[in-house]
Design a protein around this ligand. Structure first.
Ligand code: SF4
Length: 435
């Protein structure tokens, strides 16, 4: 049977290796997962994968080592708990990510993220795009993740007329040609957001060559022309579509007032099914049955009752997340790299462990990221120290080994490249010498 790998992508599937094993990515809108969903995910990984899952930097979940014949059953089981992988890969509106700095407004942002997900996931008007299309909703500007979205929405608060207000950033992205998003509009209302995203998508579909993202379209035509075309496109549709709710909708702790957050640091986002079931139990006991998959590949619980904090931390320790080991202490985003990704040039988890062992106490408080290829899934340009495997080249012994670029971020924008094409030894030395 000939398999159309390109077509499979729309179902959230990538070929993992030449042996026909697959990766399936599941969207988790806003990264908010219920305990029931977590248990179903663990059951699927036990049955069809390698008894573990990978948490991505966009709050999605990846299963690795799947077989093609198992996909229909895996998709059926995911659907039973309201999860879909439709559009999680390929040219589609990808999983809608949500700020997990848990600043004021997180509860509003995650509700909007779910509305956007419902509107665009599996909607044929917005599939078969030239390339991926990423939407992110953030509750504030901390961590700057609005800069890397095709559409980045930043929640500002509720205006005088009781309408929620957002800044809109467009055409950002990482990959081989990183591009910071530009501020398109300030203080637009929630009701304007879906018509605006639709207009951007129509424009993107019309102007993007195959394989190119929105950032390419804007770069080619220039921001001024793009703005003019977008205004004309918006005028063709409704200016507003009210998204108001009849009752308050929230899946995590209350939007206002003090919140207590307890977090399990998951090294490289690699979570065993046993640990995931343990975390589901903690969600049920302490967090109203929900957990949040964070942009740093961790699992957070927004406690309903702050008096349960020390007990919740004890329960996390019993699950193996006591927080003392360097792998847990250092905020280190790590993509699957050559361990599990066909694009991977370097074994990212191994290199991260080597970096942890030599970085020294002073650098443990910085944010770190390593990506196994220039696609930059670990968002290295947004970490204080970012590492990207850029190519493989033969060493003196003729063996091809990965070379790395090193980034340092000290301001609001992307990190600056401070060294390039280092071999592993040079990379580790450069890390030790970093100020
Ligand atoms: S950065 Fe490259 S190696 Fe890492 S997960 Fe993305 S595509 Fe794979």
């Amino acid at each position: 049977m000939t398999i159309d790998w390109q077509r499979l992508r729309i179902e959230g599937v990538y070929k993992q290796n030449e042996d026909g094993q697959l990766m399936l990515r599941t969207k988790v809108p806003a990264g908010v997962l219920s305990a029931e969903q977590a248990i179903k995910v663990a059951d699927i990984a036990d049955r069809f994968s390698n008894a573990s899952v990978h948490l991505t930097t966009r709050g999605s979940i990846e299963f690795h080592w799947l077989q093609l014949g198992d996909l229909p059953e895996v998709l059926r089981l995911l659907a039973a708990v309201g999860l879909t992988s439709r559009g999680a890969c390929g040219g589609a509106v990808r999983g809608v990510s949500c700020s997990t700095t848990f600043s004021e407004g997180f509860a509003f942002a995650q509700v909007l993220a779910r509305k956007i997900h419902r509107h665009f996931a599996g909607n044929p008007h917005f599939e078969d795009l030239a390339k991926k299309f990423k939407v992110g909703v953030d509750a504030g500007y901390a961590r700057s993740r609005h800069l890397i979205q095709d559409v980045g929405l930043v929640f500002l608060g509720t205006g005088d007329e009781g309408r929620d207000l957002y800044d809109v950033w467009l055409a950002g992205g990482l990959g081989r040609e990183p591009q910071q998003a530009f501020l398109y509009a300030e203080r637009i209302t929630e009701a304007q957001i879906i018509p605006l995203i639709e207009a951007v998508l129509r424009l993107y579909r019309r102007h993007a060559p195959k394989g190119k993202r929105l950032k390419f379209v804007v770069r080619e035509m220039g921001e001024t022309t793009f703005r003019r075309l977008l205004e004309a496109e918006r005028a063709r549709g409704p200016a507003e579509l009210e998204l108001a709710d009849a009752v308050e909708k929230r899946l995590t702790a209350l939007p206002h007032g003090p919140r207590t957050i307890v977090e399990a640091a998951i090294f490289a986002g690699q979570l065993s099914t046993g640990a995931l079931r343990g975390l589901a139990g903690i969600a049920e006991r302490f967090a109203d049955g929900y957990m949040a998959l964070t942009a740093d590949q961790n699992v957070a619980f927004l406690l309903c009752d702050s008096s349960g904090e020390s007990e919740a931390k004890g329960a996390l320790g019993a699950c193996g997340f006591a927080g003392g080991a360097p792998e847990e202490r250092v905020n280190f985003r790590i993509c699957p790299g050559a361990h599990e990704c066909r694009m991977g040039l370097a074994p990212t988890r191994d290199i991260a462990r080597q970096a942890l062992s030599i970085m020294g106490e002073g650098k443990m408080d910085l944010t770190w990221a390593i990506a196994g290829c220039p696609n930059s899934c670990a968002q290295p340009q947004l970490a204080e120290i970012g590492i990207v495997a850029v190519k493989k080249a033969p060493g003196a012994d003729g063996v091809r080994r990965p070379l790395f670029d090193l980034y340092r971020r000290r301001s609001e924008g992307f990190g600056e490249k401070i060294a390039e094409q280092l071999d592993l030894e040079e990379l580790l030395r450069a890390i030790q010498e970093l100020e």
